[in-house]
Design a protein around this ligand. Structure first.
Ligand code: ZN
Ligand code: ZN
Length: 347
């Protein structure tokens, strides 16, 4: 069965009204081995920028990820290419680590500008269609799901992701192990169902998308009743990446770092600690996902659920659900499907 995750509809707070160009961000960095890091603006967002990576290959350049669909992002990319001494038509292909709008949104604009090839994993192509074919219905379904698990958030429909994204058909659907020039696709489901990392066989580095970030902890959540277990997939993907022995990480957010295995170990430890917190909250008796989320700390600053913005409260519940469902699949907890909200209990 196709496992789908619904996310990034509300991950970003509303754009700041007067947000202008952030001149403190260095637009391009030459990383050596024919790799350029391009920091594209996420205007008004605390993450500030997303990294696109431009990889020199024998038949042209490959651009991995890009920003969302906005004029300032396209202008920044244009300027970055000029600084790298590269014309737009030298970019042979676009690859996408996953279909979240900060990685995928600008793809349609670039296709119209003449770029011929666009590759992503087939599960994230399905995911993109799910998100973008009827955003309002998808948003409501996610709200209803979180409410069914104990948290009702009354917020007007936010079409931010819709405005900054665009459903753009790929020319190639990628699978685990596929070679695209000097890059090899590594399927790493968890953050999204079809998330891909790419190993650069020339430098030994790995482009990690949103699968592995430092110090950010990537979101892994359950956003609907689809019988999915994204956390188990995510943990397996962490082990998979750690075993590859890449010489460095090129993440989509934050800065490149050397010790990929160290970060995989930290993220695995984080998930183990989180599981202990979630199961620990159940020792007092059966409970629902929202109540459990209220009982455990969030963010690096150890905030309570009530201290988070409403959209982030939903993310916390979705994450709690990912842990509960992973524990349920391992036979550690049960779910009373007749209870409202759903009640989980230790076995
Ligand atoms: Zn993402
Ligand atoms: Zn992202």
């Amino acid at each position: 069965m196709l496992r789908l995750t619904f996310q990034h509809r509300k991950v970003f707070p509303p754009l700041a009204e007067s947000a202008g160009v952030d001149h403190t961000i260095e637009l391009t960095t030459r990383l050596g081995d024919g790799i350029f890091q391009i920091r594209l603006p996420l205007t008004g967002n605390p993450l500030r920028y997303i990294n696109a990576y431009l990889i020199e290959d024998e038949d042209g350049y490959t651009l991995v990820d890009r920003g969302w669909k906005a004029d300032d992002v396209f202008a920044a990319l244009h300027e970055a290419l000029i600084r790298c001494g590269i014309a737009l038509h030298d970019v042979r292909r676009l690859l996408i680590t996953h279909a979240h709008f900060d990685h995928y949104g600008l793809a349609g604009t670039l296709r119209r500008a003449g770029l011929r090839e666009l590759g992503l994993h087939r599960f994230d192509w399905a995911f993109a269609r799910l998100l973008l074919s009827n955003p309002l219905a998808a948003d409501r379904a996610a709200d209803d799901w979180i409410a069914r698990n104990g948290l009702r958030v009354e917020e007007p429909f936010d079409d931010t992701h819709q405005r900054l994204n665009e459903l753009t058909e790929p020319t190639r659907l990628l699978e685990d192990g596929d070679r695209v020039g000097r890059l090899r696709a590594v399927w790493t489901p968890g953050h999204t169902p079809g998330h891909l990392c790419f190993v650069d066989v020339r430098s030994g580095k790995m482009l990690t998308g949103d699968h592995i970030l430092d110090p950010i902890t990537p979101h892994v959540g359950i956003w609907g009743e689809r019988g999915e277990n994204p956390l188990a997939a995510y943990v397996a993907s962490l082990h998979k990446v750690a075993a590859i022995g890449a010489t460095g990480a090129l993440p989509a957010h934050g800065e490149p770092f050397a010790d990929l295995e160290r970060r995989c170990t930290e993220l695995l430890a984080h998930e183990t600690e989180r599981e202990a917190q979630v199961l620990g909250a159940l020792t007092r008796g059966p409970s629902d996902a929202a109540s459990i989320a209220r009982a455990i700390p969030w963010t690096r600053r150890q905030r309570t659920l009530a201290e988070l913005a409403p959209a982030h409260q939903q993310f916390a519940v979705a994450e709690t659900l990912a842990h509960l469902e992973a524990a349920r699949e391992r036979g550690l907890v049960t779910r009373d499907a007749h209870a409202r909200p759903y009640a989980y209990a230790l076995v």
